[in-house]
Design a binder for this molecule. Sequence first.
Ligand code: ADP
Ligand code: MG
Length: 311
Amino acid sequence: MQPIDRSLKKVMQKPDFKTRLSKMRMMVINQKEVQEFLQEHRAEIDDKMIDRSLMKMYEYTTQSKQCKSCPSLDQCINLVKGYEPKLTLQGKTIDLQYDRCPNKIAHDQEKEYKTLIKSLHLPREILDAKMGNIDMERGRAKALTLVHEFLQNYENGKPAKGLYIYGSFGVGKTYFLGAIANELAKRNIQSILVYLPEFLRELKNSLKDSSLGEKIELVKTAPILMLDDIGAEAMSSWVRDDIIGTILQYRMHQSLPTFFTSNLGIKELTHHFTYSQRGEEEALKAARIVERVKALATPVNLVGENRREQK
Ligand code: ADP
Ligand code: MG
């Protein structure tokens, strides 16, 4: 290693190397974010520390720190995709640390949801649903207006009520939810869309393992939740009171936006929750759950033709 070491020393002692180094040093310490960091720690940092950490600080200046406004993870330009750089002070050393950016956090969270909850899987066409594809034909304008109101309120930090979209089979209710979810994703707002009958079946199968609580917790606390096809599940008092009831109760208290779709109107939904498969009649419990649905979401009827017949 001797010869290399010696030649490196030689290079470093060349006058033009020194000039370039001092130019780079100037460039680095004058960069806006570096300046802010040096200002913040001006009592603790001296010139020697800067010289020792110059390469790390240089790397810092070459990386994007505008990660909050980055459109997507795919477009990340940083050395380590999805990580944003931060200068830190470790004793007498200036260090460079990489943390997950907001897009990466959302991406990882979605992966976590998807590995845990199988019923999150939705058909490709729903995953690609776009707001622009929803025609404004009669009966849809109200739903679209409500969605725009929701987006505006939510983004401005105001209370934002979800939608209870009901209507007949095949009119595009699930598609509508998918379009809202994608619209939110475009604005870096995360939501999860769960096909409720399947989710409940999955929960029943998780009774034996330990993932039941974890699955419920994820859905309960999701920043924005979309429950597809409420009313199509096999009803039991366990499903109604322990699962759906618990989830909705929590979301109501925490003001967490919740959307629903259903083939049933509110009155029919009440009827659905009144009779369990065992034939018990529990009007009060049914009323309680429907009250929660109404507190969380504004009912809106989606009309249109059955698109599935055309396929
Ligand atoms: P619902 O949930 O009301 O039963 P879906 O949302 O599943 O209906 O829609 C039925 C079919 O029509 C699906 O294949 C869906 O992808 C398609 N579809 C619905 N709305 C649209 C739309 N606006 N543009 C394109 N395809 C749509
Ligand atoms: Mg549907």
